[in-house]
Design a binder for this molecule. Sequence first.
Ligand SMILES: Nc1ncnc2c1ncn2[C@@H]1O[C@H](COP(=O)(O)OP(=O)(O)OP(=O)(O)O)[C@@H](O)[C@H]1O
Ligand SMILES: [Mg+2]
Length: 283
Amino acid sequence: MTSWLTPELSLCGQVFREGTAEGETPGNICLGFDLGTTNMVLVALDEEGFPIGAVMEPSKASVRDGVVVDYLEAIRGMKVCLDRLSRGIPIDESIAVGAAAYPPGISSKTAKVCANVVEALGFECGGLYEEPSAAAEALGMADGVIVDIGGGSTGMSVVRDEKVIFSSDEPTGGTHMTLVLAGALGVDFDRAEEEKRKNRNRYAPLLKPVLEKMATIVRDELEGCPESDGLPVVLVGGGADIVGVEGVMESIIGRPVSMAPESLLVTPLGIARSLWRDRYGSK
Ligand SMILES: Nc1ncnc2c1ncn2[C@@H]1O[C@H](COP(=O)(O)OP(=O)(O)OP(=O)(O)O)[C@@H](O)[C@H]1O
Ligand SMILES: [Mg+2]
């Protein structure tokens, strides 16, 4: 089976867990700002396109289903990420460039708000990408189906020759799973969220019906998209991080399903990598 672990993704996971990569001398830094429903993530790349920092903060309801609903809180959340990142890496707003991403299917005006957040933090916004294209970039994937199980929504996109040719978005995701768990355990949302993250294995049977529902949606959408025939399905996003998710999905979708490594970091890294590629790079 294809491994989706690119060197950049592997390094991104490392700097996310261990802090700034040592010894780098940042010049033209590329920053990827991912404004998610559950998580704000900021990834920094050096001028060679390699990750030198990655931080995550809770979104605090500033984004819903991938759309910024509280602009000031979104800026505040990203500022916390930026401040944390700046402790390890000196970031010069006049040199560093940022980029953002938006979920498929929203208006260009709404998508532009994500770019406005980057600019409000003092950076030029050098790129505004569709989330699945960013994910495909991080995975080095030219052809495939990306299923992004986020907090608020599950996005599905067909990528052919590095271009997104079909996409859809459904309002179900990791938050839905947490709510199901909260109901089953008789605890509040925060407690259930903590349990879900801590025990990825224990609650898999309880969460199976939610995953099956998601898989049914993906299967039905793919049936309406013949161009996707034969393409493998890759899961990204933090909501996908449930033990056994591939098997549940595969049994319903009827084609190979694999889980991307570092699933929480795929889209944020891809935003920064897409920017880097547009500015400085080749692949
Ligand atoms: N260690 C973790 N840290 C943060 N979130 C986690 C973790 N483990 C699992 N998750 C789950 O990941 C989900 C959020 O995933 P992700 O960050 O991809 O979504 P998002 O981008 O914020 O949301 P959306 O794409 O819907 O706007 C949540 O449901 C959360 O419970
Ligand atoms: Mg997301």
